[in-house]
Design a protein around this ligand. Structure first.
Ligand code: PMP
Length: 352
């Protein structure tokens, strides 16, 4: 072993869903939106003066997007942090807020990036088991003595949403530490703790443009919190990378927020297809967890999740399987268009 080996930081990284570089697959494995971004986004990109905007660095303060989001959510601009996808926002959040010897708490089944950030930043953490129905018991988070709390609501990969009152219980029981609520999928559940940000100075709400705004490729996420927390995040972020958001992504994001009707209509489309998907999968022998997201988390009464996933893949349909404790016989299936889901149901009929 070379001498330098001992100085190298070794981590087990988060493994993102596959991005096959071919077009003839039905991709239901990474919770992307099956619809394109708003036509306003396409127009804004076409109208951009790329020669100028790419020659220069982008605005390090992302002022245009902060102003737009401030207007949309009715908060001051300095209560918004913008990052390169919510993964970036969450990573900066972990680094900024979890600087204690006490463990940060999150569920045992949740977004599997949380333990990865905790490990790479050397943050102690404790995974609190969800109950048998994959539901959080809020009492578990009222014990004091922790370094912070992270809750995805709706949760991933289960899709289960908790009502805002229960999330508030957790926030209220942890006033001395920061509670991060990851609302990546909240546009599909209609449940948010954003209205609580004036009431709790320990609350950070994280959102993304990747799912409901169909802009996963643009990499835009944001946090809304009190001014002091946002300032702390900005200071850490600006100590790592001064220009995290490209000029094209900023312009595209501003345009997306400007087209609210398109945004809401596409959310309704996905929710409608989700309801149909639940019925069709149940009819085929699946148990389906209640979903407040753009995916369903399912397990089959007879056939194993891995086998179903493998056989779907042979038919060019990709779904997500996690080889993790408690959930290795489940599949997470993103809601696609009605036609894509019809192909999925037909493939399942062949397999089962
Ligand atoms: N939070 C949750 C719960 C997610 O499922 C995802 C998607 N992998 C993210 C955050 C990150 O999404 P993005 O970085 O694209 O905003």
């Amino acid at each position: 072993m070379p001498e330098w080996e001992k100085n190298i930081r070794k981590v087990d990284p988060y493994v993102p869903g596959e991005q096959p570089q071919v077009s003839d697959v039905i991709k239901l494995n990474t919770n992307e939106n099956p619809y394109p971004p708003s036509p306003a986004v396409i127009k804004a990109l076409e109208e951009m003066k790329i020669e100028e905007s790419y020659r220069k660095y982008p605005d390090p303060t992302a002022k245009s997007l902060k102003n737009t989001l401030a207007g949309y959510y009715g908060v001051d601009r300095d209560r918004i942090f913008i990052g390169s996808g919510s993964d970036d926002v969450l990573a900066i959040g972990f680094l900024t807020f979890f600087n204690s010897d006490q463990p940060v708490l999150f569920p045992d089944v949740t977004y599997s990036f949380y333990p990865v950030w905790a490990k790479v930043y050397g943050i102690p953490y404790e995974e609190i088991p969800l109950d048998e129905g994959f539901v959080i018991n809020t009492d578990d988070y009222e014990r004091g003595n922790c370094g912070g709390v992270v809750i995805a609501n709706p949760n991933a990969p289960t899709g289960v949403a908790m009502d805002a009152k229960k999330v508030e219980k957790i926030i209220a029981a942890n006033r001395d530490v920061i509670v991060v609520v990851d609302e990546a999928y909240a546009d599909y559940s209609g449940v948010s703790v954003l209205p609580l940000i004036d009431k709790y100075d320990n609350l950070v709400v994280v959102r993304t443009f990747s799912k409901s705004r169909a802009m996963a490729g643009a990499r835009i996420g944001f946090a809304i919190a009190g001014k002091r927390l946002i300032k702390a995040m900005e200071d850490v972020a600006q100590s790592i990378n001064s220009y995290p958001i490209s000029s094209t992504s900023l312009a595209a994001a501003v345009a997306s927020v400007g087209d609210d009707k398109y945004f809401r209509d596409r959310i309704e489309d996905v929710i409608r297809t989700r309801a149909r998907t639940v019925l069709e999968l149940k009819r085929r022998g699946f148990s389906v967890l209640p979903s407040g997201t753009n995916f369903v988390f399912v397990t089959h009464a007879v056939k194993s999740a891995v086998d179903i996933s493998d056989e779907l893949r042979l038919r060019n349909i990709y779904v997500r399987h996690f080889s993790l404790p408690r959930i290795d016989n489940y599949l997470r299936i993103t809601i696609g268009t009605d036609n894509q889901m019809n192909d999925l149901f037909a493939a399942i009929d062949e397999i089962i």
